[in-house]
Design a protein around this ligand. Sequence first.
Ligand code: P53
Length: 474
Amino acid sequence: MGFRSDFLWGGATAANQCEGGYDQGGRGLANVDVIPTGPDRSAIIQGKEKMLAFDDTHFYPAKEAIDMYHHYKEDIALFAEMGFKTYRLSIAWTRIFPLGDELEPNEEGLLFYQRLFEECQKHGIEPLVTITHFDCPIHLIKEYGGWRNRKMLTFYERLCRTVFTRYKGLVRYWLTFNEINMILHAPFLGAGLCFEPGEDEEQVKYQAAHHELVASAIATKIAHEIDPENQVGCMLAAGSYYAFNCNPENVWSSRTKDRQNYFFIDVQARGYYPTYALKQMEQAGIELVTEEKDFELLAEHTVDFISFSYYSSRVAPVKDGEQAETAGNIFASVKNPFLEASEWGWQIDPLGLRITLNDIWDRYQKPMFIVENGLGAVDVPDETGYVEDDYRIDYLAAHIQAMKDAVELDGVDLIGYNTWGCIDLVSAGTGEMKKRYGFIYVDRDNEGNGTLKRTKKKSFDWYKQVIASNGENL
Ligand code: P53
């Protein structure tokens, strides 16, 4: 009983939130570089305000981040010390194709990840690589409008072919798009979309989504052709919706909200547009421009496994609508009175993870991989830099227990678990450093001050023994 013996314990990061070195090694600029901290961030992420270059009045945390570009050996050694079986990271598109539409890749960028993967291999760590984690080259946004343009398929295919070929034998696990449903909530992050005034945003978002879905199928096809050992997954920002109460209207509302997110995974896992989505688009007047071969690609190249992030369950909007909303999350949710929340207002619900695992398993019957989970909190180090983060241990222990229940009591097929931000990094939602998830403290603050020194937190040794006991000692 318990987790499978080859269970993939580990942690996750994304290039733009940890690497820094934004102008090193011939790297080009991406959307994620030019998103500042502060009050303008949210409108930019949603594509409602345009920022496609740096200005003097904002702070851009991704430029240096935690400088993993220069610290990766030290950081991977620390992951290995915890016993990581896997490390999820993303490649920065603009390190490999600085503009995005070149015919030839940038060798220096390719070499950077080659060395990083070799470092993983040296420590017996299996990399899990997200091909795009919210990044889109700025040039492709300016020149083509990001994923609204069908030409993105060609550029993405070239990126995939390049990395699958180059890293054959070093990488076997791939994710095509991070949190693909995020395109609906944060379209500048999800697809490099900036909207023009008066534009039909839903039309643009679903057209871009279609392009990403087809691109994902093409990536899956090529990955399998280049190396039959390759395993390709989709990636959902998950967290099942609850109905606020048993009013059938509210139950229906929660079903509708779940489907909005599952739509993407339905296509990637089953290979066709679900009927409810076709009907909803028709009713909303959304007309997709598609090609015949798109549907063949979708049908023939479904994903090998389903990966997802889970931070919280959600509560669907209420018909008679007097209920308070939770704070601090791109996903709007009605506040659940039965749950406590993090300092950022994200509600904490371990049983919700068991529910979500069961929902996804029942829906797809494909192996699942939790690739993000964790608690963003303010850590206060003592004079030596040590953080006693019992609150983080409590959160993770409760979620691992819930996941164990789903495996042992419900029989879901789960292949791995990665905590988010296993080393402190820049928050995607807010751009803060203060919102920390790591087992490893990084000395850097919201304004970019600090020595970048890495220090193990209390949770470091705790997670080490969780892995060593294959999840038995929580
Ligand atoms: P931060 C919102 C809701 C669910 C997942 O988020 C989200 C977000 C974005 O805020 O994104 C994922 O850093 C994402 C990571 C991100 C992580 O959640 O805002 O894949 O890039 O850092 C946590 O606390």
